[in-house]
Design a protein around this ligand. Structure first.
Ligand code: NAP
Length: 351
């Protein structure tokens, strides 16, 4: 592709989008970056700094997911659209429908309506999630090989139970539905696990940071519940988006996961790197005990029943074979992320 043909990236201020844009600028591409509020220049500084040092160029456009036609101007002349913008909010929300589900689903439809109006667009990459492949960890028991793969769909989340997961599966389904109604542009969905690794900006509010903050503030010192996360390094997620955008052969969904770790294993990796100065978890609280106190900690008993005690695994073979991803060590990613939150002052340094 001609490097002067712009590539649109939505949600440019985000944790994941930052690294996608870094990859594109470094490779000399022109990026049309949409942001909600371009006046907040401190949220854009890392991107303008990268652009200054690279051969690529960046141009910012204002666009809110819920404003009709908001993406039209930014999309002019683009052959590729990478849609990452979506609220990644697990706990701090007031109204799940308004705060999470509507921006995710209606926002995706809004972006794709602009794509339908923009004749130059040929490839759309949507950032979905592994949350679109399953709802609760217990569902691993129904998989033939004890792992979720791209044939799996989340059919159990809803507005009241796992609303973030519901927002991701509903948005991805909307994207496939709209892709199937036309034949000019092709859709590729990227389904990352929990993303860890250094952020290019201290201003992102990504839910990725929440867990590490809990590890640092002592909430988990007395123990963590028996829960597992698929985890992946943010730079691998960025590489997957860029490969999906630029490769003619990329098609369908791609799980992007470097492996699974329990919360305890994450704590152990952090203790190994940072020692005992921080209140990382060293114990697992048994499920029955956790269930007893769970409402006090913001977990419903239903959530505990369906999600604790079930190790989950993801098959990322397609991404390795077709997108050429060589996954980084996820324990290193967790530790590098923690180090970066310390360096940025997001987590207070101790000792
Ligand atoms: P993030 O740093 O919070 O980025 C989210 C982006 O979405 C921000 O740029 C935000 O813009 C934008 N956004 C939210 N609501 C918007 C609205 N109404 N209009 C326009 N833009 C809006 O989170 P992230 O971790 O990078 O997440 C990026 C994508 O990856 C999301 O689709 C998320 O679901 C997906 N994902 C993330 C993970 C993970 O572990 N981080 C895992 C799987 C999938 P503002 O700066 O204006 O708020």
């Amino acid at each position: 592709m001609d490097q002067n043909t712009p590539i649109l990236v939505t949600g440019a201020t985000g944790y994941v989008a930052g690294w996608i844009i870094e990859r594109l600028l470094t490779q000399g591409y022109t990026v049309h970056a949409t942001v909600r509020d371009p006046a907040k220049t401190e949220k854009l500084k890392h991107l303008t700094d990268i652009a200054e040092k690279s051969s690529g160029q960046i141009h910012f456009f204002q666009a809110d997911l819920l404003t009709p036609n908001a993406f039209d101007q930014a999309m002019q002349g683009c052959e590729i659209v990478i849609h990452t913008a979506s609220p990644f909010v697990i706990t701090n929300y007031k109204d799940a429908v308004k705060d999470i589900i509507e921006p995710a689903v209606n926002g995706t439809a809004n972006v794709l309506e602009s794509v339908n109006r923009t004749a130059s667009v040929q490839r759309v990459v949507v950032t979905s999630s592994i949350a679109a492949t399953y709802g609760d960890a217990i569902e691993i028991e129904n998989t033939p090989n004890n792992e979720f793969d791209e044939s799996c769909w989340n059919t159990t989340s809803n507005e009241n139970h796992q609303p973030y997961s519901y927002s991701k599966v509903a948005a991805e389904r909307k994207a496939w539905e709209m892709a199937e109604q036309q034949n000019r542009w092709s859709l590729v969905c990227i389904n990352p696990a929990l993303v860890m690794g250094p952020s290019l900006t201290p201003s992102s509010q990504s839910g990725s940071i929440e867990l590490l903050q809990q590890f640092a503030n002592g909430v988990t010192l007395l123990g963590v519940p028996p829960m597992w996360n698929g985890i992946v390094d943010v730079r691998d997620v960025a590489d997957a988006h860029v490969a999906a955008a630029l490769s003619n052969d990329a098609q369908g969904r791609y799980i992007i996961s470097g492996g699974s770790l329990s919360l305890l294993e994450m704590g152990q990796a952090l203790t190994k790197r940072f020692g005992y100065r921080y209140p990382f978890p060293h114990f697992t609280v048994p499920k029955t005990a956790f269930s007893f106190i769970s409402p006090l900690l913001g977990y419903t008993r239903e959530f505990v029943k369906l999600n604790m005690g079930y190790p989950i695994y993801f098959n990322a073979t397609r991404s390795q074979q077709e997108l050429g991803i060589h996954y980084r060590d996820i324990r290193e990613s967790v530790c590098d992320h923690f180090q970066q939150l310390l360096d940025d002052g997001v987590i207070k340094k101790r000792g």
